[in-house]
Design a protein around this ligand. Structure first.
Ligand SMILES: [Zn+2]
Length: 480
């Protein structure tokens, strides 16, 4: 059998987070009753004229800048003509020959290897309505159409065919989502369809330069499904070639329940979209000053922030990578690190207890009731030696929902570390008496039992003894 490599390019559609649609003032809010957010423009009624949403353009520029693209001084909206029930105008307005932005790329890391995936272009377009095939009493006979989504602003981000595995494609898609959400230009909500992806995939024998025939896997809305769909598709194409057949250029759909892709239509029936410039919209002219204005509003991007965290706070690269996965998480870390003046402790608590609690409860950073100042207060108590770190975990759990400060909990519940020599000595004496065997072993040279005995002292104090003091006093008692 030959060795094959996959060649994958992605087309990602992202809904821009504007309040209103791209060419009219209708709301873009998700979940409204069907056809309650429509007007003559987005219903495609004769005579209605589109007016371009400035905010949508600024968001698209922002996305382009973050991906290192060149924003074109002039781009053109075109009509993409086709008939479909969810497209009342009979055409979709989309940028075609002259898109908003060209070039750029994203760095991805898979299996410890870093590589750059180039971008071909980013262009703007409107979304179509939504056909509802299910959920009605007469769904066996009728399809309903909801036009609330018709005219919602999208950007389409087209990559170069630079990815060589399903894992790389999933990583690229996920990286892109992180950036769009980070910028605030898209909510990245895949269940609601705000982000979806088409993948072009072909295979070729390793070493061959010309590309194989590609299939397009349409409309995948999860990273995991994208990876599975591509793994399936790559294996399928290899089987076809190894079996003496040839891959057909076609559109395929991923079926989650069977874990397979299946053919929807061959490109033989492909549409001729008869693109031509949209006569109702002037060319989109973007002055350099506008690009710079948008650039000035850009937040620090994840990669730059990650680097800064390692330098400014001296935390390991791994920590910085985890903490810059989302802007709210990174903001939270910085607030705790500054207030506690102990960045590594802040990082440990956030990556440990905080993220674990969030995951267990299915929360997001926005739901976290614990303020950065409160967490910093807890860290300060540990650093001052007032409580041990094992006690601190319990305090964290109590603080999380209650809004009480670490100080208040420690005082009210008498959790402060026992730093009093007399009190700890008394516990040490009891432990030595109750564990004669271990003590004898220690004296016989089995020094590991010391750790066990310290553990017993800590246990005897309810975890509250100062561990250093407990260890010193125990050593003194044993060696006496
Ligand atoms: Zn409208």
């Amino acid at each position: 059998m030959n060795e094959y490599e996959a060649v994958i390019g992605l087309e990602v559609h992202a809904q821009l987070r504007t309040r209103t649609k791209i060419f009219c003032g209708c709301s873009t809010e998700f979940g409204a009753p069907p056809n309650s957010q429509v007007c003559p423009v987005c219903l495609g009624l004769p005579g209605a004229l589109p007016v371009l949403n400035r905010q949508a353009v600024d968001y698209a520029i922002k996305a382009a800048l973050a991906c290192g693209c060149r924003v074109e001084p002039t781009s053109i909206f075109a009509r993409k003509n086709y008939f479909y029930p969810d497209l009342p105008k009979g055409y979709q307005i989309s940028q075609y020959e002259r898109p908003l932005a060209l070039g750029g790329g994203l760095d991805i890391t898979t299996g410890g290897l870093r590589k750059r995936v180039g971008l071909t272009r980013i262009h703007m377009e409107e979304d179509a309505g939504k056909s509802l095939h299910e959920g009605f009493a007469d769904s066996d006979r009728r399809t309903y159409v909801d036009f609330n989504r018709s005219g919602v602003p999208l950007i389409e981000i087209v990559s170069e065919p630079d990815m060589r595995s399903a894992a790389e494609a999933a990583e690229f898609f996920s990286r892109l989502r992180d950036i769009l959400v980070w910028l605030g230009v898209s909510d990245g909500n895949m269940e609601e369809g705000s982000l979806r992806c088409d993948a072009n995939v072909s295979i070729r024998p390793v070493g061959q330069v010309t590309l194989g025939t590609k299939a397009e896997v349409k409309n995948v809305n999860s990273f995991r499904y994208l990876e599975k769909a591509l793994e399936y598709e790559i294996a399928r194409q290899i089987d076809v070639l190894e079996g003496g057949g040839r891959v057909v250029q076609e559109t395929r759909l991923w079926d989650t329940s069977s874990g397979r892709t299946f053919s929807r239509r061959s490109k033989g029936e492909a549409h001729d979209y008869r693109y031509f410039p949209e006569p109702d919209l002037p060319p989109l002219v973007i002055a350099e000053a506008r690009v710079e204005r948008v650039r000035a509003t850009m937040p620090e991007l994840p990669e730059a922030r990650c680097r800064r965290f390692t330098v400014e706070y001296g935390i390991p690269e791994y920590d910085a990578g985890v903490l810059t996965q989302s802007a709210p998480l990174a903001d939270y870390f910085e607030a705790v690190a500054r207030a506690a003046r102990n960045p590594k402790a802040a990082s440990n608590w956030i990556m440990g207890e905080l993220l674990r609690t969030i995951n267990e409860r299915g929360q997001t950073m926005a739901d976290v009731p614990l303020t950065p100042a409160a967490l910093a207060g807890l860290i300060a108590l540990i650093d001052a030696g007032t409580i041990s770190s094992s006690i601190a975990k319990g305090v964290f759990a109590k603080m999380y929902d209650s809004g009480r400060s670490a100080d208040a909990i420690v005082q009210e519940e008498g959790l402060a570390q026992i730093g009093d020599e007399g009190a700890v000595s008394a516990i040490v004496a009891e432990v030595v008496k109750a564990n004669a065997d271990a003590v004898a072993q220690y004296h016989a040279g089995k020094r590991q039992t010391f750790g066990f005995l310290v553990g017993q002292v800590m246990k005897g104090s309810g975890g509250k003894a100062n561990p250093t003091l407990a260890s010193d006093l125990l050593k003194r008692a044993l060696d006496a």
